[in-house]
Write a protein that binds this ligand. Structure first.
Ligand code: ZN
Length: 294
């Protein structure tokens, strides 16, 4: 049988096959291959006659995956960012966006707490960079239908630091879902166990949503996979606003002559804040030695 893993906890994988959910163990084989099934994986399973329990025997090719938290086949990573309280940290947001780009995971941005600060600047920066941006007011529910609509029929992970209003946002989208996620978080306690427990919840409109911990614990480790040359590719608007490229093919967009990216920043086509983040990330990874990477 073939199905999708919707939950992983304590060494068990819960596989949705048509209308039933079958709890499975994974074959030892995966450990030898240094891989393991991820929530979101499409898998083949065999079911034992005696107890109805299954074994995951094969993982279908993934369109993308994250190691931490272990999720595969995401249609969206939704970054939940509050306009204020806490104020957004552009460098962390842009770092995460670069990693997602590098990992082939489409990102969308949900801006919360528009009642506390003007979101037009924030919204402009990320729309200009090419990302879908939604403004959701958790107090009134404004914007939650649009966000839910975009996620309909897709698998999305929601990622946001504490205080950005993720639970309220989930409640606004679907009261049942918000409660379920809140319960899980409470039961497990944030932090220690959250990397091992991942679960997909299905919304009323058919959107599938995985709750994930805050930005800091989402695969920033993968930064070590990024090289200077693919960092620039991970800022999608560089290609968008400087389509003809720079004078030098290996331009790092720092101080080189004839740099189309810096020209676009000067003309205001690429936002200053995104370029600043690029510079900071460039400096962070340029000196990492190959032997330090694994
Ligand atoms: Zn350049």
């Amino acid at each position: 049988m073939t199905g999708q893993i919707i939950k992983a906890t304590g060494g068990f994988y819960y596989v949705q096959c048509a209308d039933e959910i079958i709890s499975c163990r994974a074959r030892g084989l995966f450990r030898l291959k240094e891989t393991s099934p991820h929530v979101g994986d499409i898998v083949d399973i065999t079911v034992a006659q005696e107890d109805g329990g299954g074994t995951v025997s094969h993982i279908h090719p993934r369109k993308n995956d994250l190691i931490r938290p272990p999720l595969a086949n995401l249609d969206y990573m939704a970054l939940i960012i509050s306009a204020a309280d806490p104020a957004p940290n552009f460098q962390i947001i842009d770092k995460l966006l670069a990693i997602l780009e590098y990992k082939d995971i489409p990102a969308l941005i949900a801006l919360t707490k528009p009642d506390l600060a003007d979101v037009s600047g924030l919204s402009g920066i990320y729309k200009n960079a090419g990302y879908p941006v939604f403004v959701v007011n958790n107090l009134t529910g404004d914007g939650s239908d649009e966000l839910a609509g975009e996620m309909s029929g897709k698998l999305s992970a929601l990622c946001g630091n504490s205080g950005v209003g993720k639970s309220s946002l989930l409640n606004a989208i679907d009261p049942n879902l918000g409660l379920a996620v809140g319960d899980t978080s409470r039961k497990l306690g944030r932090g220690r166990h959250t990397t091992r427990h991942v679960e997909i919840f299905t919304l009323r409109n058919g959107a599938m949503v995985a709750d994930t911990p805050g930005f800091s614990s989402v695969d920033l480790l993968m930064m070590s996979e990024l090289r200077v040359h693919n960092l620039a590719d991970s800022f999608i608007e560089f290609g968008l606003h400087a389509p003809n490229g720079c004078r030098f093919q290996d331009c790092r967009h720092i101080a080189e002559h004839g740099c189309a990216v810096r020209d676009a920043v000067e003309k205001g086509e690429i936002s200053e804040s995104r370029y600043k983040s690029y510079r900071a990330l460039h400096d962070e990874i340029k000196d990492i030695k190959e032997w330090e990477r694994k």
